[in-house]
Design a protein around this ligand. Sequence first.
Ligand code: UDP
Length: 323
Amino acid sequence: MKILVAGGAGYIGSHTVKALLGEGFDVVIFDDFSTGKRDFVTGGAVIEGDLMDAAAVRKAFRTHDIGAVLHFASLIQVEESFRDPQRYYRHNLGTAMNLLEAMFEAGVRRFIFSSSAAVYGIPQRQPITEDHPVNPYNPYGVTKSMVERILQDYDRAYGLRFVSLRYFNAAGADPDGILGEMHDPETHLIPNILLSLLGKKPVLGIFGTDFPTPDGTAVRDYIHVTDLAAAHVLALRSLLGDKPSEFINLGTNVGISVLEVIRAAERVTGKPVPYKILPRREGDVPVLLASREKAERVLGWTPRLSDIETILRTAWAWHRKSV
Ligand code: UDP
């Protein structure tokens, strides 16, 4: 039995493929390499194809004996989702629907979905537990919550078993130095800091210093991508063990401000980070913190590499070598 990993050549997908291979799973990567990288394929079979092509997706299930699906392939830029929501709805819903339909045709009923803290919208309380109301603010977050709703309906109607993993701020790089974070355009804080240190981007912009936080900059919950990958393996084991469907936050409940990330980057790299202060980015909330109680209780997950120094050390090692 093989595990189909849609988007397995992307940032989080490739780290998860590495973790799955390390635990002896047989993996099939389905990726169109639009944002995924060939260098990020560390093993398994590869199908180069478009998840919007329903026939190609069905063919994957006829060619391989698939037992479960992990779906990472998604458009992820919040700002772009405001400008071009049609693209987001079509892609993020269409890819999930095609995968689910092809799964059912092949009799596969186990699905792990890459969701996001964006489903919660403007937080009413911190840390955020999974029973916090789902009320996304940006179109990207709406696509994630719509897929979650589809999953619930398919669970009831067709016996689908899913784990929807709501990521907080994925960061860092594979400690072996093979994989890392690279988006184009890059919008995330940590790669932007490192790119500015490598002279690949002009000075870093800080989006807002007037938040109601101790130093005025926004506080986020950073989780190392290797810890995130480990949680996917645990979620897969839970589904293979016939456990019920779940929504689970993946974060650490440790808040770090933008200025604290910058100071930590200066300590780790030994270089000063040049920055300028810019207005807030649309939709950025002051604080986002995950309760990790459910991930620990249901999956037996513990973060091991998610302290900010380790995140920055692994990210810097990869960026210095690869960018
Ligand atoms: N941020 C920033 N400069 C950048 C990128 C991000 O100040 O070049 C801030 C952003 O406003 C947010 C935090 O850093 O408060 C984390 O942003 P990121 O895009 O990495 O993740 P998000 O929390 O938006 O998903």
